[in-house]
Design a protein around this ligand. Structure first.
Ligand SMILES: CC(=O)Nc1ccn([C@@H]2O[C@H](CO)[C@@H](O)[C@H]2O)c(=O)n1
Length: 105
């Protein structure tokens, strides 16, 4: 089934709304998003909906293969991004790069 919702940590809300953050890296539990589908986005902490996004692409990427370019699309340095991922997904190698565009409500 095509997923229709996605959660983000609240601290990333502003970057998503401003368009500074245009990808997210998830584990295999979230690899089933479908390009061109529209997804309702809410905060992980309290489930507050704050925008909708259109999935652009979903592709596997290894943690060790992350680059400054990925980090830039997260509005972070590579060191910051690596630390964030290690915190959320300790020891993970296989990630899924989900790129998205904000769509109007
Ligand atoms: C709330 C929830 O269920 N899961 C996640 C998982 C990841 N992320 C963000 O995606 C990027 C790479 O992982 C980083 O910016 C992360 O902080 C997030 O916001 N929420």
């Amino acid at each position: 089934m095509t997923p229709t919702t996605m959660t983000f940590f609240e601290r990333f809300e502003a970057d998503i709304l401003s368009g500074k953050k245009t990808i997210t890296l998830r584990d295999e539990a979230e690899k089933h998003y479908v390009p061109d589908s529209v997804v309702t986005v809410s905060t992980f902490e309290d489930g507050r909906e704050f925008c909708r996004i259109k999935i652009v692409s979903v592709e596997p990427v290894l943690f060790d293969a992350l680059t400054d370019y990925h980090a830039a699309q997260e509005n972070m340095t590579l060191d910051e991004l690596s630390a964030v991922i290690q915190d959320i997904y300790p020891g993970i190698q296989q990630l899924y790069l989900i790129s998205y565009q904000r769509v109007d409500a």
